[in-house]
Design a protein. Structure first.
Ligand SMILES: [Zn+2]
Ligand SMILES: [Zn+2]
Length: 314
């Protein structure tokens, strides 16, 4: 029999890890520059007093950005395989020679040739109900060529920039994860699961890292991409979730970020932990922001977390 047959959910998890690894490295390219030169992250790609330094920085970063492109492409291939695998893993063996069993030995799936990367988008279209747009398939082909330059030559033909990577990342997420849920996926697959071992929730936690990144995420994703990926417009993601605020490591010095949005007059939803919140009017305004709205996590817990919906103050 076959052994080591791939599992669709595990392939998807790997694809998300690679995707968010590329994401984190791309955001760092921006932040490393903007931490030193006083330019707003959303303006750094345009004209400003440090444009020359930015251009030089981007020139020097070509090799690293080529490597990031290879990770983005790898994430796409594995995600496309997971989509095919969700119908049947054996479809991945199409066009390959499967030696029919002679002896007692098991057949190791991982030793068999699976569909070529170049064929994956058309295979998804043919064998699954998943919709891939023509424009995505074209971009996939371009990215694959770029990846091959990096993989076979160790170089590419220049012209990469952090904003090109950002557009690739945005388009890829919407094409391959059309149901969005960006923020909860970002939190679950934070790109470096090994680091979780060290999180003590006092000095560090996953939520701390993702919240610290959130202002950059808002600035770097364009409105339309943000809207589709987060499931809500930037301006409407304005409420604070008691659970996510309390998950920030207290000694990290990181400010809470809004991760929730209104779904009704007295209801809201957190895009980060995906819990529903019940809102109520407090008798006194919040001592920090004056808001009268209090958020309560809807749960079976006898003592659910409560915090100010306007600023997260507990
Ligand atoms: Zn939350
Ligand atoms: Zn408040």
């Amino acid at each position: 029999m076959f052994v080591n047959v791939p599992d669709a959910a595990q392939l998807e998890n790997t694809a998300l890890r690679l995707y968010f690894d590329a994401w984190e490295r791309t955001v760092s390219l921006y932040n490393d520059f903007c931490d030193v030169f006083p330019v707003a992250i959303e303006e750094v790609g345009g004209k400003h007093s440090f444009s020359e330094e930015w251009d030089e920085y981007v020139g020097d970063a070509q090799a690293e950005m080529g490597a990031i492109c290879a990770i983005i492409q790898q994430a796409a291939e594995i995600r496309l395989k997971s989509i095919i695998c969700s119908v049947s893993p054996y479809l991945l063996l199409l066009n390959s020679e499967v030696p029919l069993k002679m002896g007692e030995a098991d057949l190791d799936f991982t030793s068999l040739r699976t569909l070529d990367a170049v064929d994956l988008p058309r295979a998804v279209r043919t064998m699954t109900g998943f919709e891939l747009s023509d424009s995505y398939i074209q971009r996939y082909g371009e990215l694959r060529k770029l990846r091959n330059q990096v993989a076979h030559l160790g170089q590419h033909q220049g012209g990469l920039s952090p904003s090109v990577l950002m557009v690739l990342l945005g388009q890829q997420f919407l094409a391959l994860w059309p149901d969005g849920r960006w923020l909860s996926r970002r939190t679950e697959f934070d790109g470096n699961s090994a680091r979780r071992f060290f999180h003590d929730d006092r000095y560090s936690s996953v939520e701390t890292i993702v919240m610290a990144e959130l202002p950059s995420t808002r600035a770097l994703l364009d409105n339309e991409t943000f809207n589709k990926a987060f499931g809500v417009a930037k301006g409407k993601l304005d409420g604070f979730c008691p659970d996510c605020v309390s998950a920030i490591a207290r000694k990290s010095g990181i400010d809470a970020e809004s991760t929730a949005y209104r779904t009704g007059e007295f209801t809201a939803h957190c895009a980060m932990c995906e819990v529903d919140l019940q809102l109520s009017s407090a008798s006194e305004g919040c001592e920090r922001c004056n808001s009268l709205l209090e958020a309560l996590v809807v749960s079976d817990d006898s003592e659910p977390n409560v915090a100010c919906y306007g600023c997260g103050h507990g």
